[in-house]
Design a protein around this ligand. Structure first.
Ligand SMILES: *Cc1c(COP(=O)(O)O)cnc(C)c1O
Length: 216
């Protein structure tokens, strides 16, 4: 009772999910990701309907800093102009890659809310206008195979960020502070807007390379 519900809507963007309409009190976005979309600016946004809540956020911004510079704001606005095109293309690519990855013998799990057997597929279908372009896969052969995969990609960018025009892949457990519930062989993928067959060809050769030394 009385709890304030805050939703991080970074992965979805306002085009695919609008948490304020679904009852959330506050929505936060890393503008760094899809909204700006070009991996060249670090910005955030906080949204709320309630003026009192917003006043508290503004007060905090005023006293603690975190005010966007004009150039950063301009970069974000420039990126926003193509948000719809980028989101649409990236999620088409993600859906296709999720389907292909699922069939690949080196992959033992794919998580993407657009796949009908994802545990929250029905929820995502009900409350979202699309499934976005973040997915995870688990590769056979554990941490070593997953690390070989990120070392073998050429078009994909092995990187921590997400939501840019370029496709990125990362083994999250390489970071010591990542939750131990995240599997060692899990790769997080942020699918970009490149040609989907180019992305697949590169991923497929890296998957093959990842299986070196893995007993079949
Ligand atoms: C990157 C990210 C953040 C942090 O945002 P920055 O703009 O990098 O400070 C917060 N939430 C999610 C879901 C993110 O992906």
């Amino acid at each position: 009772m009385g709890a304030i519900v805050v939703v991080d809507n970074t992965f979805a963007t306002p085009l695919l999910q609008r948490p304020l309409e679904l009852g959330a009190d506050v929505v936060v976005h890393s503008v760094t990701k899809y909204l700006a979309g070009h991996s060249d600016v670090v910005l955030g946004a906080v949204l709320a309907r309630d003026e009192t809540l917003l006043a508290r956020v503004r007060q905090r911004r005023t006293t603690a800093g975190g005010v966007a510079g004009p150039f950063e704001a301009w970069l974000a606005m420039r990126g926003l102009r193509t948000l719809a095109l980028r989101v649409e293309r990236a999620q088409d690519n993600a859906a296709e890659l999720a389907r292909r990855l699922r069939e690949h013998p080196a992959v033992h799990a794919v998580a993407y809310p657009g796949l009908p057997d994802h545990p929250q597929h029905e929820l995502a279908t009900r409350q979202m206008d699309g499934y976005g372009s973040i997915l995870t896969l688990r590769v056979r052969g554990g941490a070593a195979a997953a690390a070989r995969l990120t070392g073998a990609v050429r078009r994909w960018l092995p990187a921590t960020s997400l939501g840019g025009v370029e496709s990125m892949i990362e083994r999250r457990r390489r970071w010591p502070n990542e939750a131990p519930t995240v599997p060692e062989d899990l790769l997080r993928v942020s699918v970009g807007i490149e040609d989907v067959d180019d992305l697949w060809d590169d991923l497929a050769q890296a998957l093959t390379a990842s299986q070196e030394d893995v007993p079949s």
